[in-house]
Write a protein that binds this ligand. Structure first.
Ligand SMILES: Cc1ncc(COP(=O)(O)O)c(C=O)c1O
Length: 386
């Protein structure tokens, strides 16, 4: 069979591959500790689930406007604007089934074949996939461990030029947990203005930050709102991965194009899911705080634990629920080490290079699992590496 060239480069996400192997081992009777998955281990909050159930009961099971029901767009505009200290109009909000369509469709709407796109490496694998599907040229900028895994700005300055149409940022980051410092955002913003680039700021983990810190958004910087697409969603903040609910905030003209792409692809986001989302945004927020406080406890435990394993050096990330230890001291490659840990220790985690070539020398470990399982996993890794 032959397929269109735009599909040739597509590969599975590393997380799904490792999960499949881990499930095989489990089916064969081996105990596996899952630290590979990028989803909260909490159930969707009760008030949100109830709102979804009630929405089904009251017939909210129809098509909706492709960019979302007005009540949800209004609530997101208010909440997301307040969170970032900016004014957002509901017609700048596009609701989608998960955050991913709001990565993909603005990219399709902006990128002509041959346009260059800067993206973080190591980074979320969807970025490279969507750039290539759009016919763009991915330009990887390495993240620097010694700078909270923010862009290597020297490399960034060398790579930015008139051909760059879009710069993708992700803070807090998957896979590193790093938060881009304000000075770096200012530098990137001034370059984006100088070269007339769009910025896609993936802020899906913006509410999962620690030590009282906030993850600043590039959209707040002068002149940036008209060239920024914020991507955010409900999967991580409200533990709603399977509900498929996300949103983008962007200038209205671009939002209208994304609306059309949604119209002709997914049609609309599930009706009742949007009402669950409305409750998530407008209802009590205390469960988000409970979850983040617990993640911080786990982060501290996993970082301390990893730093006692010979060959591992682990920074304390400021956001998301991942750690990205440097494992070069073990003398093994990321893939060999991740395989060894899965097969011999029964702990599933991801090699850093499944997030791009600059992820070689690292592992990505998710701590969206109980403290008890994290401690057990660390002990198993320690034993195998002895
Ligand atoms: C950095 C990043 N962006 C976007 C997403 C998309 O999430 P969703 O489509 O569930 O909203 C994820 C999910 O893992 C992610 O890690």
């Amino acid at each position: 069979m032959t397929f269109a060239k735009r599909t040739h480069h597509l590969k599975p996400e590393g997380a799904y591959e490792v999960l499949a192997r881990a499930n095989q081992l489990e089916a064969a009777g081996k105990e596996i500790i899952h630290l590979e998955i990028g989803q909260p281990d909490y159930a969707t909050f009760e008030n949100v689930s109830q709102a979804g159930i009630e929405a089904i009961r009251t017939g909210k099971t129809r098509y909706t406007p492709p960019a979302g029901v007005p009540a949800l767009r209004e609530a997101i505009a208010e909440q997301a604007g307040r969170q970032r200290g900016i004014e957002v109009h509901p017609n700048e909000v596009v609701v989608s089934p998960g955050g991913k369509p709001n990565l993909f469709f603005p990219t399709l709407a902006l990128i002509e074949p041959g346009d260059e796109v800067i993206y973080p490496n190591p980074g979320f694998p969807t970025y490279e996939a969507m750039i290539k599907v759009a016919g763009g040229v991915p330009v990887a900028v390495p993240l620097l461990e010694q700078n909270q895994f923010s862009f290597d700005l020297e490399a960034f300055d060398k790579l930015i030029n008139e051909k760059i149409r879009l710069i993708i940022l992700n803070s807090p980051s998957n896979p590193t947990g790093g938060v881009i410092p304000p000075a770096d955002l200012e530098h990137i913003a001034s370059q984006a203005e100088q070269y007339g680039c769009w910025v896609m700021s993936d802020e899906i983990y913006a509410r999962i930050v620690y030590d009282g810190l906030e993850a600043p958004s590039i959209v707040t910087l002068s002149g940036m709102k008209e060239r920024t697409i914020i991507v955010d969603g409900f999967s991580k903040t409200y533990s709603m991965t399977g509900w498929r609910l996300g949103f983008g905030i962007m200038p209205k003209e671009l939002a209208d194009k994304v609306d059309l792409l949604l119209t002709h692809s997914v049609g609309s986001t599930a009706h009742f899911t949007q009402f669950a989302g409305l409750e998530a945004v407008t209802g009590p927020q205390d469960m988000v705080d409970v979850m983040v406080t617990e993640y911080q406890r786990r982060r501290d435990a996993i970082v301390d634990g990893l730093n006692t394993i010979p060959g591992f050096v682990c920074q304390k990330p400021q956001g998301a629920f991942y750690v990205f230890p440097n494992i070069t001291g073990t003398g093994m490659s990321s893939s060999d080490l991740a395989n060894l840990i899965l097969e011999k220790a029964g702990v599933a985690l991801l090699p850093g290079n499944s997030f791009g070539k600059y992820g070689e020398g690292y592992l990505r470990i998710s701590y969206a699992n109980s403290l008890e399982n994290i401690e057990k996993g660390l002990e198993k890794i320690r034993t195998v590496l002895k």
